[in-house]
Design a protein around this ligand. Structure first.
Ligand SMILES: [Zn+2]
Ligand SMILES: [Zn+2]
Length: 340
C-alpha cells in the first residue's frame, strides 16, 4: 500500500498507508520521487497557515506519471515530470471554465485546489494526483533532485514577470532564505544590481556567490543602501523574510514610487505598517505567487551544479517528522520518497 505523511496536529506528522490512487477524468497520478520542504510547508506544519487536518503537505516535487484519467493524453504515462500547484478548471480540461480561467488568470481559478496546500492532498507521499494540465516534463539531462526546485524558482521568476527591472535599477532582497536566494540568482541572470540584507553572515556570503553585488547586516542596510542610491532608495525591495514585519523593513529601503514585492507567506498579519509613508511615497505593493515553469526548467538545466548547493540534505520519507523539525534551521530539505 502507498504511504502518506499526514499532518495530524500542528507540529505532528504521522505516516500511514492509503489505498492506491486512481485517476479521475482530467487527472494524472504521479509516483513521487523527490519532494522539497519550503516555508509554506513549515507554516502549515506549525499551524500558522491553518488548513483542515489531517493534511498531506508537499507541492515542490518530481516523479513519474503512472496513470492518466479520461481525456488526458496517455503519452504522459512513464514521463518524468514536475507539476504546477494550481489544479484549475483549465488544467482539468473542463468544458465550462470559471471567470478567472476565461480571463487568463488560471492561477486564481475560482474552483481550484492547490496541491499540498488547499483542499488537495500533497506530494509527501508515495503518489500524488494532479490535474493533468499542470504537468511539465523534466528534460532527461536535468538532475531529478534539482528539478524539485522548479516550483520555487518559477515563483522567484514571477517577481520579475510582474515587475520587469532594468539593468541600471537597484534590487534589494531582505531575508534571503530558500526563496530569496532563488530571486537573487534569477536577478543576477538578468544582470540586475542586487543588494542583500541578512542577519546571517552565512546567508550574506551565499548571496554573493549567487550573484548579489553587496550584502549588509540589517543595522547597516539603510545607511549603505541610501548612500548607494544617492539617498533615494531601491527601485524594488523583495521581502522574503518569512516574517510579517519584513514589509516594514522593506518600506525603509524602497524609493518613492518604487515597488515592495511581498513573498512572505507566513500566515500571520503584518502589524505596525506605516500606511501614511506608503501613500506619501506612492509605493506599489506587489504580491506574487506562482510563476512560469518552462523558463524555470531552462535555468535548472543550465545551472545544476550551482543550484545543487542549495539542497542542504535529503531524508527518507520515514523521517518526515524530523525533516520538518530541522527544516526550520536548514535551507532546503528534500524528502527522498522513492529511491531508484
Ligand atoms: Zn513552496
Ligand atoms: Zn477556473
Amino acid at each position: 500500500m502507498p504511504r502518506i505523511t499526514q499532518l495530524i496536529a500542528p507540529g505532528k506528522i504521522e505516516i500511514k498507508e492509503r489505498a492506491p490512487l486512481s485517476a479521475e477524468p482530467g487527472e494524472a497520478i504521479i509516483q513521487v520521487q523527490h519532494a522539497g520542504i519550503c516555508g509554506t510547508d513549515l507554516a502549515l506544519f506549525n499551524g500558522d497557515y491553518p488548513v483542515p487536518l489531517p493534511h498531506v503537505c508537499g507541492h515542490e516535487f518530481m516523479g513519474r506519471v503512472t496513470e492518466t484519467g479520461e481525456g488526458v493524453d496517455p503519452k504522459w504515462i512513464g514521463k518524468t515530470v514536475t507539476a504546477e500547484i494550481n489544479n484549475t478548471c483549465l488544467a482539468y480540461g473542463k468544458k465550462s471554465l470559471c471567470v478567472a480561467c476565461k480571463k487568463g488568470v488560471p492561477s486564481h481559478c475560482q474552483t481550484r485546489t492547490v496541491t499540498g496546500i488547499i483542499n488537495h492532498s500533497g506530494a509527501f507521499a508515495d503518489e500524488v494526483k494532479v490535474a493533468a494540465g499542470t504537468l511539465h516534463e523534466i528534460p532527461s539531462n536535468a538532475d531529478p533532485l534539482i528539478a524539485t526546485l522548479t516550483e520555487p524558482l518559477a515563483a522567484a521568476l514571477q517577481t520579475f514577470v510582474m515587475s520587469p527591472m532594468q539593468k541600471d535599477e537597484t534590487l534589494v532582497v531582505i531575508g534571503p532564505g530558500r526563496l530569496g536566494i532563488l530571486i537573487i540568482f534569477a536577478a543576477s541572470l538578468r544582470g540586475i544590481k542586487t543588494i542583500v540584507v541578512s542577519r546571517s553572515e552565512t546567508k550574506r556570503n551565499r548571496a554573493i556567490q549567487f550573484g548579489a553585488q553587496h550584502a549588509f547586516a540589517p543595522e547597516n542596510a539603510m545607511d549603505e543602501i541610501h548612500s548607494m542610491t544617492e539617498g533615494l532608495g531601491a527601485e524594488m525591495v523583495v521581502d522574503t523574510t518569512g516574517n510579517p514585519d519584513g514589509i516594514t523593513q522593506a518600506l525603509k529601503l524602497v524609493r518613492p514610487q518604487g515597488t515592495i514585492a511581498c513573498k512572505t507567506t507566513c500566515g500571520l498579519p503584518a502589524t505596525g505598517l506605516d500606511m501614511t509613508q506608503l501613500v506619501v511615497d506612492e509605493i506599489r505593493l506587489q504580491g506574487s505567487r506562482c510563476g512560469p515553469f518552462e523558463p524555470a526548467l531552462e535555468i535548472i538545466q543550465s545551472h545544476q551544479q550551482k543550484l545543487k548547493s542549495l539542497i542542504s540534505s535529503t531524508r527518507p520519507l520515514e523521517e518526515a517528522q524530523a525533516a520538518f523539525e530541522s527544516a526550520t534551521k536548514e535551507d532546503k530539505i528534500i524528502l527522498n520518497i522513492k529511491v531508484n
